[in-house]
Design a protein around this ligand. Structure first.
Ligand SMILES: [Zn+2]
Length: 202
């Protein structure tokens, strides 16, 4: 089987923030691999999740190629945000209180992201526009705002975040099934292998 990459990983978290957290595969058992090894990987992820449009992606690719050191630093910041968000999301899984350092990191990232937005009017309706779409932190800015939506604004309209108990998994997902009994991130990768192991053990 070919090793998975950010290009081929499944996007089944049900929310871009959870798909971002799931770029570390896995979270339980053997930790990793981390699919975000370069700024290009971040661009691929953002393109696949439609977090940015094609034009923004191209602008950011040019910017990253011209400023590789800054792009590497932006990637590190995005990954630090990802790890803080992972632990914050896990609060809904295990009821463990959130660490102040994680809350502070998310808060700082969110405030910086919100400062980068401005109101615009498009086709007779107001919308948020971004001041500097070519800023290397633009993807992290979008993730921070999306995380605010997931963790605060839409909190009352969804079920709690779940964590897949599959061997070497631990992916986070939103259960949007009608019955609310989704147990695995995916039946194919985690549910079926677990049932096979259980059957063999009996
Ligand atoms: Zn799983």
């Amino acid at each position: 089987m070919m090793a998975k990459t950010v290009q081929t990983m499944s996007l089944l978290g049900g929310h871009p923030v959870l798909d971002f957290v799931n770029t570390v595969d896995s979270r339980i058992g053997t930790i990793g691999p981390d699919y975000l090894q370069s700024y290009d990987d971040l661009l691929i992820w953002a393109g696949r999740t439609q977090s940015i449009d094609a034009d923004t992606r191209q602008r950011l690719a040019i910017e990253a190629a011209q400023r590789p050191v800054d792009a590497a630093a932006a990637l590190s910041r995005a990954k630090a945000l990802r790890e803080a968000l992972y632990r914050i999301c896990c609060m809904e899984v295990s009821d463990r209180p959130v660490e102040k350092a994680d809350l502070d990191l998310f808060d700082t990232a969110l405030r910086s992201a919100l400062a980068g937005r401005r109101l615009a009017c498009e086709d007779g309706a107001l919308e948020w526009a971004w001041r500097r779409r070519e800023a290397l932190d633009h993807i992290a800015d979008r993730i921070a705002v999306a995380a605010c939506d997931l963790l605060i604004e839409s909190r009352g309209e969804r079920r709690p975040i779940r964590q897949c108990p599959g061997r070497n998994c631990g992916w986070l997902f939103l259960d949007t099934s009608r019955g609310g009994r989704r147990h695995w991130c995916s039946d194919r990768s985690c549910g079926t292998p677990a049932r096979v192991r259980k059957f063999r053990a009996e």
